[in-house]
Design a protein around this ligand. Structure first.
Ligand code: AMP
Length: 541
């Protein structure tokens, strides 16, 4: 017997309709490429997303055709989120930090037909348009008077001219909720990038789950600053959850430096911010020497790479901001776990609470996870056994776009490529990417642990730990360090600093000081490139 409830498809158009009707006056504030601050509302975004839908119809774009963006976080990008997906097309957010060759490859692979871009990326578009024969309309996200006359880009129109004369009413189509809504290519450190293809259903379910109190806890009373880019897994789904809950959205545009972010937080009374550790490092690096305080910021979600304990402590102890450590990946829409304390943890001493906050957290309802050993057997949740982390759930991919790479699942589970422990309370902690784990004398050393200790030293700005071939131990850890500007630190001092903070055999064999650590397009350290740079390196005798 079937239940007798209505079967309304879960569609992204429903989110923007809801936002307009129930909190149309909540603000959407954006720092623009032009440098000024633009103010809109959810009602304004809804209206203009319908104009986007008309503009796409005008190009005779079919259901599921791809519309690409090369854009910062801002209101026009948000309008495209809803206008493109709502009208049944697929929004393809391209990471502008990729190399032009990769962008051309990705746009062709996705078969993008329209490319909307912020003017910052004009040179990038000039470099790739000749190689992307399928793109038939270029849209610069600006006013008509900002459009350069001699760009050399064919079929180029300004966004405002493109949508400005379109009607503001539109009947969103209804279709199968499993239809594709947006896509995002993974960083692809090896081989060609592969795309996760999200659906209306997966996106909407993720939006519900992400908003929950023990997940991101978003509400109509929050002013939310997603610093995490809208080209990186849909800014962790915040645009959708924000439409659902009615929070004010504040977009940083291209200005991600500490000063700009701080000023925006204060000016827009941001209560909640989300980003990767490198961004927060810049913010804290600006605030400390200038003796600045937050007047409204209360919580921040940090994920994308492991959040160092020193950062959690700085936010918590120095600024009274609660850090929510989160873990996920492109293939997971992206949220998998988030770290919030349970009731009985509240009475624990601060250092015990800190040990929990450092973990990547508990699985969100909708995400099932397990760790498996080398023999494929599931490992116990004892907080000590570590193995390959696998996940399943309705917002996790079952295969990549166009079936690239074959079937990624093992018995229905998606292997994440992360190595983790899970404790008896269900708190998961990442120890490494499986390819970054250091194997020394048959034992594993967590590169994240070694890096966390290094960055807790006051002279260290950034640290990466890599395994180096060793004739006896197989591999030994070496820590590669970028010093803070003007700071003094010797190899011996840093190695001494490790004493008592980790097991003796896990202390790195050497310290290599560098000017910079190579970073990938999503703000993660590129250890593959770092290892290449250290090709000639020899461990000390
Ligand atoms: P991406 O698909 O580019 O978002 O990368 C996903 C990968 O980033 C994960 O598989 C992890 O290796 C890493 N990652 C994300 N969040 C965290 C976190 N909180 N701690 C450690 N690693 C993380």
């Amino acid at each position: 017997m079937l239940g007798l409830m209505q079967s309304q498809p879960l569609l992204i158009s429903g989110l923007i309709d809801h936002a307009e009707r129930h909190h149309g006056d909540a603000e959407v504030v954006s720092r623009r490429v032009e440098g000024d601050i633009h103010r809109s509302t959810w009602a304004g975004v809804a209206r203009r997303s319908r104009q986007v839908a008309h503009a796409l119809d005008g190009l005779n774009l079919l259901f599921s055709d791809r519309v690409a963006t090369l854009a910062w976080n801002g209101y026009r990008h948000l309008e495209l989120y809803f206008g493109v997906s709502g009208s049944g097309r697929v929004l393809h957010t391209i990471n502008p930090r990729l190399h032009a060759d990769q962008i051309a490859w990705i746009a062709n692979h996705a078969e993008d037909q329209v490319l909307c871009f912020d003017m910052t990326f004009l040179p990038l578009v000039q470099a790739v348009h000749g190689r992307c024969p399928m793109i038939r309309q270029y849209v610069a996200l600006c006013d008509p008077d900002k459009l350069p006359g001699d760009s050399g880009i064919p079929n180029l129109i300004s966004y405002e001219a493109w949508i400005g004369h379109q009607p503001t009413t539109y009947e969103w189509p209804s279709f199968d909720e499993n239809s594709a809504s947006s896509m995002c290519y993974t960083s692809g450190t090896t081989g060609n990038p592969k795309a996760a293809l999200y659906s209306h259903r997966s996106t909407t379910l993720h939006a519900y789950a992400a908003a929950l109190p023990d997940v991101m806890c978003l509400s109509a009373r929050d002013s939310v600053l997603p610093v995490v880019p809208m080209f990186h897994v849909n800014a962790w789904g915040i645009p959708y959850s924000a439409a659902l809950t009615g929070c004010k959205l504040v977009f940083p545009g291209p200005a991600m430096d500490g000063k700009s972010i701080y000023e925006l937080i204060e000016a827009e009374q941001v209560s909640y911010a989300a980003g990767v550790p490198t961004v927060w490092q810049m913010l804290l690096g600006h605030m400390k020497p200038n003796h600045l305080r937050f007047s409204t910021l209360r919580r921040t979600v940090i994920g994308g790479s492991a959040c160092p304990p020193a950062m959690i402590a700085a936010f918590n102890d120095d600024y009274g901001v609660e850090v929510l450590h989160a873990w996920g990946m492109t293939e997971m829409s992206p949220l998998g776990t988030l770290c919030t304390l349970k009731n009985r943890h509240l009475a624990l001493p601060e250092d015990e609470k800190m040990k929990i906050r450092l973990k990547q957290g508990r699985a969100i309802y909708g995400v099932d996870m397990k760790i498996v050993g080398e023999d494929g057997q599931e490992l116990p949740w004892d907080g000590k056994s570590y193995g390959d982390l696998s996940v399943k759930g309705p917002w996790i991919i079952r295969e990549y776009f166009k079936g690239e790479g074959g079937n990624p699942l093992v018995d229905g589970w998606f292997p994440t490529g992360d190595v983790a422990t899970i404790d008896a309370d269900g708190y998961m902690q990442i120890t490494d990417r499986s390819k970054d784990v250091i194997k020394s004398g048959g034992e594993w050393i967590s590169s994240i642990d070694i890096e966390n200790i290094a960055v807790s030293h006051p002279a260290v700005a950034m640290a990466a730990c890599v395994g180096m071939r060793h004739p006896k131990w197989d591999e030994r850890p070496v820590v590669v360090v970028v010093k803070k500007p003007g700071a003094q630190l010797s190899r011996e001092e840093l190695l001494q600093f490790y004493q008592g903070k980790t097991a003796k055999w896990q202390i790195p064999d050497d310290v290599v000081f560098v000017e910079a650590i190579p970073m990938g397009a999503t703000g993660k350290m590129l250890k593959t490139r770092l290892r290449e740079q250290l090709k000639e390196y020899k461990l000390p005798e």
